[in-house]
Design a protein around this ligand. Structure first.
Ligand SMILES: Nc1ncnc2c1ncn2[C@@H]1O[C@H](COP(=O)(O)OP(=O)(O)OP(=O)(O)O)[C@@H](O)[C@H]1O
Ligand SMILES: [Mg+2]
Ligand SMILES: [Zn+2]
Length: 270
């Protein structure tokens, strides 16, 4: 085993390398931080907090250097997760701009999605901090959920995308692989924002409900926002599983859109 001396030397070498890479700019004052982060996200340039190294070095009161991961890395990680789920974040066509309302209903849902995004920072920590797109197939529920997610990501908020059907299946297939299972579940439970796409799609077993309950309940208890899309109506969600349904309905109370009518199915329009 490596002794303490060697470990310290290795850490110091890393600190030196990072210092050289960032021209000593690795340490920033807290007060400047949010402003710089904002500018960085807007311009999508190299992170000004860590100079792109992914680390921030701070000197504590005893004069020792400490390293922590920079918050820009959280965003990178969730972008990677999106890529793995088949959603390209950089050149994505599922944007607000590409969603073209063609009647009153589609105008309303787009408006609600944009309102939610604009209001996100104010409601983020509250009980009703979430949004639900419910009902009609092909009405753009996934499109608008992803559009919100992309905009939040661009503001530096780490959003995790979960395709309900695929992920539940993967989780169940790996239920014996404790490490994978726990890590996956933790990712969905603790993400800053979680998109649950197509909730309750397909055949649903008791085990599926238990998994989704664990995720939703954790987020409910900790006031962590969710953006849910589902073919279920609010009533059906409640009736189907009151535990999961009632929590989602409460969290999404201020931003629930329920879409009805085949005329709102973009896939078969014209
Ligand atoms: N108003 C719109 N303007 C432009 N494209 C749209 C609009 N509504 C839907 N689309 C496109 O139609 C397709 C279907 O939309 P989407 O997948 O978001 O529907 P959905 O409500 O999630 O359907 P499902 O219930 O089957 O999951 C997507 O390619 C989406 O980009
Ligand atoms: Mg969908
Ligand atoms: Zn950084």
């Amino acid at each position: 085993m490596e002794d303490l001396q060697e470990t310290m030397e290795r850490i110091n070498a890393v600190i030196q390398r990072i210092r050289q890479k960032t021209n000593g700019q690795g340490i920033k004052l807290q007060s400047q931080k949010s402003q710089q982060m904002q500018t960085f996200k807007e311009l999508s340039e190299v992170c000004p907090l860590c100079g792109g190294s992914g680390f921030i070095i701070k000197c504590n009161s005893k004069g020792q250097d400490t390293i922590k991961f920079c918050s820009c890395k959280d965003v990178d990680k969730s972008k990677m997760l999106w890529r793995v789920s088949g959603i390209e974040t950089e050149r994505n066509r599922l944007t607000f701009g590409n969603y073209k309302p063609y009647n009153i209903t589609t105008e309303k849902i787009k408006g609600a999605a944009i309102d939610y995004f604009k209001n996100f920072n104010n409601i983020r920590a509250s009980r009703r901090n979430s949004m639900a797109f419910l009902g009609q197939v092909g009405s753009g529920k996934t499109h608008l959920s992803v559009a919100i997610g992309l905009n939040l990501l661009a503001k530096g908020i780490p959003v995790v995308y979960m395709s309900y059907r695929d992920e539940i299946l993967k989780l169940k297939q790996n239920i014996l692989d404790e490490e994978y299972y726990e890590n996956s579940l933790r990712k969905y439970k603790t993400a800053a924002v979680l998109i649950v796409d197509d909730l309750f799609k397909g055949k649903i077993s008791e085990a599926d409900i238990n998994i989704i309950f664990e995720i939703i309940n954790y987020r409910y208890m900790n006031n962590l926002p969710i953006i849910v899309s589902s073919e279920f109506t609010a009533e059906r969600l409640l009736y189907f599983d009151e535990g999961v349904g009632s929590r989602i309905i409460e969290m999404c109370k201020d931003y629930t859109v329920e879409i009805a009518g085949k005329e709102n199915n973009f896939r078969v329009k014209n």
